[in-house]
Ligand binder design. Structure first.
Ligand SMILES: Nc1ncnc2c1ncn2[C@@H]1O[C@H](COP(=O)(O)OP(=O)(O)O)[C@@H](O)[C@H]1O
Ligand SMILES: [Mg+2]
Length: 628
């Protein structure tokens, strides 16, 4: 039973509302018809049986009253007439028989050949006490059906007895007829009910179906569909609520789309500005960046044409991108966008924005597919401002670059002039001054030979000594100013020579390590620069550091030269010195830095007071190197 209910409930759940409604209607009609028929039949059986009993009693009493005389007179004909009369008026009478006081049958309705059986007579006998009862009712089963048998005594049984048997058959016939009518009317009512339910569910189902279809469409993202509201019942209410829901959803969707568009625009703006920012760093390819920016602008804002023009100090950058399907109609018109400005005519899909720095330095002239909204216009304006900043940056960068190039050129010239001057002084000292002092020494030697007194000889020897010292000093100075070995043999021999002289002079131990440098000759400017830096570093170590040991590493790897000079002296605050104001007294370190940078290298000084100083010369890319 449980599983049946479960099955019934699940199969009911899976059925459509239409089937459910129709099923329930038909089921209820059938159930009602069945129960009412059964109850009615039960009631009718009881009522009609009682009625049959009453009629049986009344017929028997009537016959006994009317038949008493005929029985006494033995008037069989009249009795027969009476019985036949009664029979014809009551079709459910199965039999009538009249017996005398001794229960001898006087007349009966079983036919002439038939004899009333003892058994039938004995079924209802008034218990041998006829004066006590007016009648007695007995119900029994016979082959013909259920019989309601009534015995009625005539003159308290002194004349005889009347027995009447009424068959229930007639009752059931009547009940069957009534049942038949009920069934027919039930079927008719059921059919009408079915038709009404069918039509009702059809109407209901049409609205529901419509709602289901709309729900499916909304589910698939179509918010344009309309909900029809055909009634004011629950389904109508549902439809109206659903309609409100779709409208809200549509509104929200539109809002979202609006925000999405703004976000998209912002995103494009950011990405474009980012692209511009990148281009501002890569100013070598500024033209290309402006061109790709114009293409991006076309894509992001769905432009028909885009013209960007920038007038930088010595350069004019202009780019034009256009699509064939211009807003105004054809190519020519799109090209016209560019010239509208000249005629001072702008159509409503065109936007001209000047790019201004201190003065107007360019323009953005765009032609939109659709009339642009305020956000888009603002975007173009902010884009133009950004472009002006970048253009200004580019201009400044070019200026700085130009000035830097100029400075380096000047520096090179100064260094070259300085070197030339040193060379000249060195040569002069060597060729002129040294020669003169040598002549003095030769003269003094001659004078010494001709000396007349010992004192004079001693004075001449003293002057010779001073002259010799001065000559040595001049030699050292001339060599320091520009050692010929640097020009003749190159950097490494020159440094080695310098170090030997230096150690002699200052009593400081200098260690030189050389990596990948043998026989390598570099550009004269590079050799001189490195030589001067080492010279300055060693001089500083001697003058300021109180160093005892110095190490020099000279390295050449893959066309890049680097030098490290390290001393174990007192150290100093390098940052302070390098970032401090330039004074004419302390130009050594700054000069070193400038010289190295002028040949494309980097100079880093690491020094801490009490620890020592390390100078790194890095990233010198050697150009036309020569070996040997
Ligand atoms: N190797 C060093 N050890 C200690 N102090 C140094 C060293 N090199 C430079 N200095 C400090 O830095 C200052 C600046 O040096 P420099 O620019 O060469 O100018 P100058 O040698 O003419 O003083 C020096 O006066 C000195 O105090
Ligand atoms: Mg110095």
């Amino acid at each position: 039973m449980k599983s049946f209910i479960k099955w019934f409930v699940t199969s009911l759940k899976n059925k459509s509302v239409k089937t459910k409604v129709l099923g329930i209607t038909i089921g209820l009609v059938i159930l009602m018809a069945l129960t009412s028929t059964i109850i009615l039949r039960e009631i009718l059986v009881v009522k009609l049986s009682e009625d049959l009993d009453r009629r049986a009693v009344s017929i028997a009493s009537d016959l006994s009253a009317r038949g008493t005389d005929y029985t006494l007179l033995k008037d069989i004909v009249s009795l027969n007439n009476l019985i036949q009369d009664t029979m014809s008026n009551n079709p459910d009478i199965e039999y009538i028989f009249i017996a005398d006081e001794n229960f001898n049958i006087v007349i009966h309705t079983f036919g002439s050949d038939f004899k009333v059986s003892e058994k039938l007579i004995n079924i209802n006998l008034l218990d041998g006490n006829p004066e006590k009862y007016s009648h007695q009712l007995v119900t029994f089963q016979s082959e013909a059906g259920t019989i309601h048998d009534v015995i009625s005594p005539m003159l308290e049984g002194e004349v005889g007895f009347v027995r009447v048997g009424l068959n229930e058959k007639q009752i059931y016939k009547t009940i069957d007829e009534i049942t038949f009518i009920i069934i027919i009317s039930t079927i008719s009512v059921g059919f009408i009910g079915f038709m009404i339910s069918f039509l009702l569910t059809k109407v209901m189902y049409r609205d529901l179906n419509h709602l289901i279809n709309v729900t499916k469409k909304v589910g698939a993202g179509d918010l344009q569909c309309k909900v029809e509201i055909n009634s004011k019942d629950e389904i109508g209410l549902l439809a109206s609520e659903f309609d409100t829901m779709i409208k809200r959803l549509k509104y929200k969707n539109e809002e979202n789309n609006k925000y999405l568009n703004v976000l998209k625009l912002r995103n494009s703006e950011l990405s474009l500005l980012h692209q511009l920012a990148v281009s501002s760093v890569d100013l070598h390819n500024f033209n290309k960046h402006i061109e790709s920016t114009a293409i991006r602008l076309m894509e992001e804002l769905n432009l028909n044409s885009c013209f960007i023009e920038l007038n930088l100090a010595d350069e004019r950058i202009s780019t034009f991108k256009g699509r064939s399907n211009c807003a105004v109609g054809d190519n020519k018109a799109c090209e016209n966008c560019l010239f509208f400005r000249e005629n001072n005519v702008l159509h409503d899909k065109q936007l001209y924005v000047p790019i201004k720095a201190k003065t107007e330095i360019g323009q953005i002239n765009v032609c939109f597919g659709n009339k642009p909204d305020e956000t888009t216009k603002k975007f173009i304006h902010s884009f133009s401002r950004q472009l002006s900043v970048i253009a200004e940056n580019a201009r400044l960068w070019k200026e700085v670059k130009y000035k830097e190039e100029l400075r380096i050129k000047l520096l090179e010239r100064v260094i070259t002039a300085q070197e030339e001057e040193r060379k000249r002084i060195a040569r002069e000292l060597h060729d002129e001054t040294s020669q003169s002092i040598t002549s003095i020494i030769v003269g003094l030697t001659l004078l010494e030979e001709q000396s007349v007194s010992e004192k004079m000889t001693q004075d001449i020897v003293d002057i010779k000594e001073v002259s010799q010292k001065t000559l040595d000093e001049i030699h050292y100075i001339s060599w320091s100013l520009r050692p010929s070995v640097l020009d003749d043999l190159g950097l490494l021999p020159a440094i080695k020579k310098y170090v030997i002289e230096y150690m002699k002079k200052y009593d400081i131990d200098v260690d030189i390590q050389v990596i990948g440098f043998h026989q390598l000759r570099l550009l004269s400017i590079i050799e001189v620069t490195i030589y001067r830096v080492i010279q300055e570093a060693l001089t500083n170590a001697a003058r300021h550091a109180k160093a005892e040991n110095i190490s020099i590493i000279l390295k050449h790897v893959n066309g890049i030269v680097s030098v490290i000079i390290e001393d174990d002296g007192v150290g100093f605050n390098a940052k302070k010195v390098l970032n401090g104001k330039l004074t004419k007294d302390h130009l050594g370190l700054k000069g070193m830095q400038e010289r190295i940078e002028s040949i494309g290298g980097n100079l880093i000084i690491e020094s801490n007071e009490g620890i020592g100083t390390t100078i790194y010369v890095k990233d010198i890319v050697i150009g036309d190197e020569t070996n040997g």
